[in-house]
Design a protein around this ligand. Sequence first.
Ligand code: ASP
Ligand code: MG
Length: 401
Amino acid sequence: MSLIVQKFGGSSVADAERVMNVARIVTDTFAKGNDVVVVVSAQGDTTDDLIEKAQEINPNATRREKDMLLAAGEQISISLLAMAIEKLGYHAVSLLGWQAGFETTSSHTSARIKRVDASRIRRELDKKNIVVVAGFQGLSKYGDITTLGRGGSDTSAVAIAASMHADLCQIYTDVEGVYTADPRKVKNAQKLKEISYDEMLELATLGAQVLNNRSVEMAKKYNIELEVLSSMAKASGTIVKEKTKMEKMLISGVAKDTEVARVSVTGIPNLPGLAFKMFSKLSAKDINVDIILQSIGHDGKKDISFTVAKDRGQETVDCLKDYMENLGAAEVLYDDNVAKISIVGAGMESHAGVATKMFEALYDAQINIQMISTSEIKVSVLIDAVDADKAVSAIHAKFFD
Ligand code: ASP
Ligand code: MG
């Protein structure tokens, strides 16, 4: 007998029919003699709708109250799924995050899981219940409901799998697995059989949107093998694990991130310490900086450009404008009509010319590159947002056709 954790995203439980479909997957797994813990997200667009409701009443509501509201979405789906399982003749119990033992930090709307005390889950499994747990939520040490940040249910599932030493953690979603590019946009996108944690982590953070990046980080840390698969189609998915035995593909995917903005600070004196001063202002505000480019100094001046998440863009600009005089800078420029396109692949480490191939694809498509950054397994470029889809297709075709 194995312990299997199965997570279903919002689209997999969007309506009554899909909830029944999930109940069938879950009970099939249970009927094969496994213990099953199911983690679910809120139905369809519920979380977005709840955010809108809050916005209508008070855009400046405290984050504690936002969490209280948002956590309600998952309460609906766990109870409905438990009812669906009962209807199929099996026993189920639904548990909210705190009932399932999720202890988190108290940073509302972006809490981190500190521990999962799985004793209640174990007791319910011992009673031969299928346990249905609300993803995305927990309890702070002050006894308040917290949420883990958007897409946090993946992390909830991995946390349960880690703390209970599950044999398998399956992440069911509306795509059949991890692809070499977004299959809805790129014709020849191929489903990957396997991918390593590191590659998946890059793709997750880069906007591939199949798995939440914190869930992959946690899976890597506790060595939990993940299977990403579709709840609608009966096909094998993609395995995410430490080392893949697949012959190393040169690159494993092309990702697009349009939630980025470019900030440039111009006319900074060409002296030591100014980059430090500037970025420490941002890190004090917990603003994450990604691609950084510094121009070569001329006439005693230099420019520094970098990218940040779009939703922190205004804050970044305000913070730097306030500090411009101290820096001796001339101007702070902002552009959020940009996109970051990246290729990821463990094969890059041992092959030359990968970046060149990417740049050639962009040149063939007549797309201008604004910024470039690289790591051992990734090359990213910043381009005009209007060219984003065209760039992904061109690069994908270059590597995979
Ligand atoms: N319902 C939450 C969200 O939409 C959590 C999740 O789906 O994982 O972000
Ligand atoms: Mg979701």
